[in-house]
Write a protein that binds this ligand. Structure first.
Ligand SMILES: NC(=O)c1ccc[n+]([C@@H]2O[C@H](COP(=O)([O-])OP(=O)(O)OC[C@H]3O[C@@H](n4cnc5c(N)ncnc54)[C@H](O)[C@@H]3O)[C@@H](O)[C@H]2O)c1
Length: 322
């Protein structure tokens, strides 16, 4: 499937956006997987802050199978009904054509691209001994390649803009997971892909700074079709009408800020976002260390390692570990 070919209401190629209300006024924002769950909430939140949004969604099933234009088109209609600007893109972001046409859709429709939110994905949970190669490949592909390809095409555009003297003030928000930060039992494929996205975020942040591009990542938690059954108790909406802590809309304000010029100076960072809580995650850094100044013997290395471990912080527990 290809991009929605409807005419875009933007200012057209080469023209600067008009200022308007909201912290993303007139910015052009791509949200992958924007047809459902967290992506839908992000797309609507960006539009509410004045952004023009390219809502990408393949309309895949829970395990990544199938395709439908309805989710992306539905969110575009919701945004337009609320007075915002949006266009749908139905491609698979983990393919070169899908990723390239996504960026082209933003440029041809609105004449610019300011923010890329990499969010699309699906799960195929299995314990490692039962994890088929297909399930490994599909999940690593959609999350990791599905981040890399849109990032590569967007970054190539921003580099061209920078070289032409129009320094972008561009942002990328990647989507990792607690599974990528701490590991999650039954999610070896997903945890590996989500951890790799953190490495990609750090490299992209360092490489693209010269072109005026900032790159951050979030690890969200919210009630979507991905989580509503497995974590039914913790994800349930309150019956008394109180704060719906696990609503995906609670994650979006941070994502919108990270995708706006208001977060200038913030790059290469990872945030957990869930309910009313935002947490800066602090990553791998050297802990206790010993240097013999020569090669250790194996038993001696083990003795030294145990001493260091006794002084080290214990690791975060793996989700679902007994
Ligand atoms: N829900 C949570 O608690 C949670 C926790 C941690 C991380 N995440 C991550 O947040 C992101 C969004 O998840 P969600 O919970 O909203 O899930 P969701 O299933 O509600 O939405 C994901 C969307 O991505 C789309 N998609 C799948 N493959 C695609 C492809 N190849 N190209 C384009 N679109 C595709 C699907 O059609 C779907 O609409 C995912 O990356 C997920 O791993 C979610």
């Amino acid at each position: 499937m290809s991009a929605d070919s409807g005419p875009g209401p933007g200012p057209g190629p080469g023209l600067d956006p008009e200022p308007g209300p909201g912290i993303c006024a007139r910015r052009v924002v791509i949200v992958t997987g924007g047809g459902r769950g967290l992506g839908r909430a992000h797309a609507r939140a960006y539009a509410a802050e004045g952004a023009r949004v390219v809502v990408n969604d393949l309309g895949a099933g829970l395990d990544g199978s199938g395709a439908s234009g309805d989710p992306a088109q539905g969110v575009v209609e919701e945004i337009r009904a609320a007075g915002g600007e949006a266009i749908a893109h139905y491609g698979d972001i983990a393919t070169p054509d899908g990723a390239a046409s996504l960026v082209t859709t933003a440029l041809e429709t609105y004449g610019r691209l300011d923010t890329l939110v990499n969010n699309a994905g699906f799960l195929r949970d299995r314990m490692l001994v039962n994890l088929d190669e297909d399930d490994w490949d599909a999940v690593v592909r959609v999350h990791l390649k599905g981040h890399f390809l849109p990032l590569k095409h967007a970054a190539a555009h921003w580099r061209t803009e920078c070289k032409a003297g129009r320094e972008p003030r561009a942002c990328v928000v990647n989507t990792s997971s607690g599974a990528g930060l701490s590991g999650s039992v039954g999610q070896g494929n997903y945890s590996a892909a989500k951890a790799a996205i953190l490495g990609l975020t750090l490299v992209a942040s360092a490489e693209l700074a010269a072109y005026g591009v900032r790159v951050n990542a979030i690890a969200p938690a919210a009630r979507t079709r991905m989580t509503e059954r497995t974590f039914a108790d913790t994800m349930a909406a309150p019956v008394d009408g109180g704060f719906d802590a696990m609503a995906p809309e609670n994650v979006s304000p941070l994502v919108v800020w990270l995708g706006s010029e208001a977060s200038a100076g913030v790059t290469g960072r990872v945030f957990e976002a869930e309910a009313g809580r935002i947490t800066v995650m602090e990553g791998w850094r050297p802990g206790p260390s010993a240097d013999k100044g020569a090669r250790w013997g194996a038993a001696e290395a083990g003795e030294a390692a145990l001493k260091l471990l006794s002084r080290a912080e214990p690791p975060q527990p793996v989700y679902g570990a007994r």
